[in-house]
Design a protein around this ligand. Structure first.
Ligand SMILES: Cc1cc2nc3c(=O)[nH]c(=O)nc-3n(C[C@H](O)[C@H](O)[C@H](O)COP(=O)(O)OP(=O)(O)OC[C@H]3O[C@@H](n4cnc5c(N)ncnc54)[C@H](O)[C@@H]3O)c2cc1C
Length: 392
């Protein structure tokens, strides 16, 4: 049976960055990823990197292309009642900002580094079970190239996302999951058209929420709030553009550029946290431990902060023999996770229209948005959370 110090399950952003950080500290690890490389590199997901995430990628040597191609954003625009309000991040946070750089590109950069001399990374290696989480030698069972294999580890880290297998290694009763499922979804499109705005636009409207984002100077990413169970086939391109136009409408006019739509997908919205994020020698990181609705742009950034805390703890263990930081891992991460959960919930419930929403509740949303526009303190609270906290 093969052996490694840290067995990492999942080659998404959490698993790949953890491998990079451990490798930089001289700690042995292996990444097992169930999908093939092309699939992992094409999977459309997040696109906003917080200041701390960019700092971490730079520090780990993975930001060369990000620094060349990433778009620095100094704010976002909120729209409601046909008016607009800009939130200036650096002015309100003492200089913090965000970067538009797609998760697919972060993943490509990390894979390129790992295959050029980093820790072993096995694609099409599907983990079927993790055994012995409460022993000194947990074992990962996986299939690779048609064969059943095992990897014994000093520690196992589940970076295998919300539907992964690692969480199942934790016995019932040893952890608790807190969850909220939202009564609406996001319908996301990619379009080959330059963005119609310089910064992201988050729009509250009587027709439901809309977001104008971008992947680059030539590709726009747009989202519409839709009912759960929506079939993209019911949304021909013209209907999508007309609906976006209606939701972004401003007094005084505003023009949304249209272009060929290259991808359509419906994304359900969920908040979920599993506590603690460790059991025995098995740790959970990223979406394996928590999910946020994408309205706060926090999912990818939380995955990054988890593995920074974990890599630091493994380095401390290696350098000093002290497990103090490893033992504190779950509590340290959960403080940030719950802050991000609250912010994502706040952004979601302030900007979306619940199907059963009363006029009273709509007035409360408008009042909250008016407050953000009128009060530098309220705007700073939003900006600080959006641009992201420093990593503890
Ligand atoms: C459809 C979708 C759209 C999203 N859009 C946004 C967005 O617009 N904005 C935003 O901020 N966030 C978004 N998110 C959230 C963000 O992308 C995630 O928070 C981020 O991907 C978390 O990274 P991760 O590495 O923890 O998990 P993942 O990226 O899910 O990676 C987990 C990896 O584990 C692998 N894996 C799973 N099971 C096994 C197994 N048994 N054996 C081996 N490998 C396994 C998977 O193939 C995957 O590569 C989106 C998420 C989803 C699912």
């Amino acid at each position: 049976m093969d052996h490694t110090t840290v067995g990492i399950i999942g080659g998404g952003p959490a698993g790949l960055l953890l491998a990079r950080l451990l490798h930089n500290s001289g700690i042995d690890c292996v990444v097992l990823e169930s999908r093939d490389r092309a699939y992992v590199e094409q999977r459309q997901r997040a696109g906003i990197l917080e200041q701390s995430t960019v700092d971490v990628l730079r520090g780990s040597g993975a930001a060369e292309r990000l620094d060349r191609e990433g778009l620095v954003h100094d704010g976002i625009e909120l729209r409601w009642n046909r008016r607009a309000q800009r939130i200036d991040f650096p002015a309100l946070t003492g200089g913090r900002r965000v970067w538009v750089y797609a998760q697919t590109e972060v993943v490509k950069d990390l894979i390129a580094l790992q295959t050029a001399g980093g820790a072993p990374l096995l694609f099409e290696a599907r983990v079927t079970a993790v055994a012995g989480a409460d022993t000194d030698r947990p074992v990962v069972h996986y299939t690779h190239q048609g064969q059943d294999k095992t990897l014994s580890c000093d520690y196992v880290v589940g970076c295998d996302g919300f539907h992964g297998v690692t969480r199942k290694a934790i016995p019932d009763g040893a952890c608790r999951t807190f969850e909220r499922v939202y009564p609406y979804s996001w319908f996301g499109i990619l379009a080959d058209v330059p963005p119609s705005c310089d910064e992201l636009i988050y729009a509250h409207s009587p027709r439901g929420f809309a977001l104008h984002s971008m992947r680059s100077t030539t590709v726009s990413r747009l989202y519409l709030q839709v009912a759960n169970g929506t079939d993209p086939a019911d949304w021909p391109d013209e209907r999508i553009w007309d609906e976006l136009d209606a939701r972004f409408a401003l007094d005084g006019g505003w023009r949304l550029e249209r272009g060929p739509i290259t991808s359509k997908a419906v994304l359900p919205m969920r908040s979920s946290v599993t506590e603690p994020m460790r059991w025995g020698r098995v740790f959970l990181a990223g979406d394996a431990a928590h999910i946020v609705p994408p309205t706060g742009a926090k999912g990818l950034n939380l995955a990054v902060s988890d593995v920074v805390v974990l890599a630091r703890a493994f380095a401390r263990l290696q350098d000093t023999g002290s497990a103090e930081l490893l033992d504190a891992y779950s509590d340290t991460c959960l403080r940030r996770v719950w802050r991000a959960e609250h912010f994502s919930y706040f952004m979601t419930t302030t900007l979306h229209t619940d199907p059963g929403q009363s006029d009273f509740e709509t007035r409360l949303q408008i009042s909250q948005l008016d407050r953000i526009a009128a009060s530098p303190h309220a705007a700073a609270e939003l900006a600080g959370n959006y641009a992201g906290l420093t990593i503890e």
